[in-house]
Design a protein around this ligand. Structure first.
Ligand code: ADP
Ligand code: MG
Length: 216
């Protein structure tokens, strides 16, 4: 579940971004829509506790995100959220499997190699476990980042503009995979997008519309 109330944020020397209130039930899907610069990535960062709101509240899976700080907030994020950012942030120095292994360091847990292999198998990536990210196609790298986001069975999966660089076939496959993965985990799914194909593919999904310059 995600609930925001009177949420606002301001970057230094920039106008205040104000976000409409939203409540997404656990297991629901939210499309976060709006043109480039309307605040989609900022909203995701606020929900993930990567940014602190100027005012207002965010509650995720029963936790008031603004009430957490420092290491407690980092630990909560790693245990609760899966994040598939637009820039994937895979380490080029590490294999696919070891990129997933980093997730366990973020939560202070011992690396669970069985869980890594299951997460890779679920996304048809087992054969690529030993490769470096530079040896993957764009779509494969995105699936690796998705496997990493799902590794600890998050309650909420946040996905930032997943289809921007995909052709129609890959776009449909990525959306299908995101929905099936979130459903299998019982996770709330948020997809930010300004891609009309995503809106067409998910006609039933709840929508939060952001206007340019946060004027909503
Ligand atoms: P979207 O993801 O919808 O394209 P963003 O959340 O990235 O929108 O950006 C919202 C607004 O905040 C834009 O006007 C953008 O230029 C501004 N912005 C984003 N990141 C920063 C930053 N780090 N510093 C200053 N302004 C920023
Ligand atoms: Mg963005």
């Amino acid at each position: 579940m995600i609930e925001t109330r009177s949420l606002a944020f301001a970057y230094a020397q920039a106008p205040v971004l104000r976000f409409p209130d939203v409540t997404v039930p656990q297991g629901g899907t939210l499309l976060l829509r709006g043109p480039s610069g309307s605040g989609k990535s900022t909203w995701l960062a606020l929900v993930a506790g990567l940014l602190t709101p100027a005012s207002g509240q965010v509650v995720v899976a029963g936790q008031a995100v603004h009430a957490l700080a420092g290491a407690a907030r980092d630990g909560w994020r790693a245990r609760t959220l899966g994040f598939l950012p637009q820039k994937l942030f895979l380490s080029e120095a590490l294999s696919v499997a070891d990129n997933l292994g980093l997730v366990f360091f973020a939560t202070g847990q011992a690396v669970d190699h069985g869980a890594i292999h299951r997460a890779l198998a679920a996304l048809d990536l087992s054969a690529l476990a030993g490769r470096k990210p530079s040896q993957l196609s764009g779509g494969q790298a995105q699936r690796v980042a998705l496997a990493r986001a799902l590794l600890l069975q998050p309650k909420v999966l946040l996905v930032d503009e997943p289809t921007a660089s995909l052709d129609d076939e890959a776009c449909a496959a990525a959306l299908d995979l995101l929905q099936r993965s979130a459903a299998a985990a019982g996770a709330t799914l948020v997809i930010s997008t300004h891609d009309a194909r995503v809106v067409q593919a998910l006609p039933e999904a709840q929508t939060l519309r952001l206007a340019r310059e946060g004027t909503a």
